[in-house]
Design a binder for this molecule. Structure first.
Ligand code: ZN
Length: 260
């Protein structure tokens, strides 16, 4: 007979942890198993314990302690069984969740420096998305909490910051995959109004009379197009030129794949 703990009989200073498949990537490679017995070390909160495994608190959708729903403050003393759940998609950060995070007033994003293309794609779908490529980590956390934005990042350490409330580790590395991933996670196809926002600066687009902007148009454009849109913030002009058909096809692809 072995005295080693088993899932049915965990030792007193260990915790039996069931970890959602989609959160395993945050664990050390040798720990990437959905069910395992882990040393607890000392009496600590479930939040502290789960974060010590590498899972950012913002990625967690629910916690169970001996099959009971608990929040981050629940205390582990050893011998318990816990479940670490990912949130159910589509995630709606504007509604209260079971971990009692303060909801966002509306879906607004903040992208870190490595997500410039994803930023422009989200704006093309009309999602208010802040992006500053010169901000350091502390400023990003400051903006996310101060402006009540959801931080999208490929930096898992940034997501472990205690002050951050809403954040997500973008799994894919290619921008076209990233936008599909974020649309699916937050069900963005339900709220998208493509081509209403300036992809360059996040400003709102408004239609302008051709006469008003004629002096700013290349002659060929003035001859061929009649509908023009101007960014209220940076004044950049847009019209449905040759590139527009490509953009329309992209947007259809990002949104359609998520309509069940
Ligand atoms: Zn603009």
């Amino acid at each position: 007979m072995s005295n080693r703990p088993s899932p049915n009989h965990p030792g007193p200073s260990t915790v039996t942890a069931f970890i959602d498949e989609s959160l395993l990537l945050f664990l050390k490679p040798e720990h990437r198993r959905p069910l395992q017995i882990l040393p607890l070390g000392r009496r600590r909160s479930i939040k502290d314990f789960v974060e010590s495994l590498g899972i950012p608190h913002v990625e967690i959708g629910g916690l169970r302690l001996n099959d009971r729903q608990v929040n981050f403050d629940a205390i582990l003393t050893g011998g318990e069984s816990i479940q670490v759940l990912a949130p159910t998609e589509p995630v709606d950060p504007t509604r209260p969740d079971e971990l009692q995070r303060p909801p966002l007033p509306k879906i607004r994003f903040l992208c870190d420096v490595h997500l410039g293309k994803l930023t422009r794609f989200l704006r093309l779908l009309d999602f208010d998305t802040a992006y500053q490529n010169h901000h350091g980590d502390d400023e990003l956390i400051e903006i996310a909490t101060g402006e009540q934005r959801l931080l999208l990042t490929r930096d898992r350490f940034l997501l472990r910051r205690a002050r951050l409330i809403h954040g997500y580790f973008v799994r894919h590395t290619q921008p076209a995959d990233q936008i599909r991933e974020v649309v699916r996670r937050y069900g963005l196809h339900r709220f998208s109004r493509p081509f209403s926002r300036c992809p360059m600066c996040n400003g709102i687009l408004q239609s302008v009379e051709k006469q008003e902007v004629l002096h700013r148009l290349p002659p060929m454009t003035a001859n061929h197009f009649n509908a023009f849109y101007q960014c209220r913030t940076c004044s950049k002009l847009y019209w449905p030129g040759s590139h527009f058909k490509t953009l329309e096809a992209w947007v259809r692809d990002w949104l359609e794949g998520n309509r069940a």
